[in-house]
Design a protein around this ligand. Structure first.
Ligand code: ZN
Length: 180
């Protein structure tokens, strides 16, 4: 009986912790000797994601966008549209295995009647692999295709407003080029 209670308490304690495996008060697995909550858990929560967003057909133009793990792909979409200075009238899709319209995992504009809403998925939940590439397609008529590279991580700066553009190169294309 006592064993069962102890076991139940342990299970509750573990499931209460969002990290699931390492307890907040456990020694940090990095070997620092500090408690996990005072060491790598802070680092993990303060970690930012850095994406390089390129025009697929003109790779000389790009932006580096830094975003927090608890922000969503919809936030990333908004930052890309701000970067290129397009209007927000059109729908978008993220193709996570980098295949245009043939991706197994797609996150879409919340107005789309297919795929999973990009509002529902945070950057942290994507479980991105280092150097992973994926596509962002905006305006299914004009078909603006952007290639996104997961290029690294940063550390959250308390005063920072995220997502944000940390570097860029080249000129944003014209959204509605004239035919002359
Ligand atoms: Zn640590």
């Amino acid at each position: 009986m006592v064993m069962l209670i102890v076991f139940t308490i342990i299970i509750l304690k573990i499931s209460d912790d969002e990290e699931m495996k390492i307890g907040r008060n456990d020694p940090c697995p990095c070997g620092s000797g500090k408690k996990y909550k005072l060491c790598c858990l802070i680092k993990k929560r303060n970690k930012t994601y850095i994406f390089k967003v390129k025009l697929k057909y003109d790779k000389s133009t790009w932006w580096k966008i830094e975003i927090l793990p608890n922000q969503t792909l919809h936030d990333l979409h908004e930052e890309i549209i701000h970067a290129v200075d397009f209007d927000f009238d059109h729908m978008y899709i993220f193709c996570m295995d980098n295949k245009q319209w043939a991706s197994e995992v797609e996150y879409c504009d919340p107005r789309c009647d297919f795929g999973i809403s990009a509002h529902e998925i945070t950057i942290g939940e994507l479980n991105l692999k280092s150097k992973q590439k994926f596509l962002y397609i905006y305006d299914f008529g004009a078909n603006w295709v952007f290639e996104i590279d997961y290029v690294g991580n940063g550390e959250k700066d308390g005063a920072g407003d995220y997502p944000r553009i940390i570097a860029s190169k080249g000129e944003a294309p014209e959204q509605y080029p004239t035919s002359e």
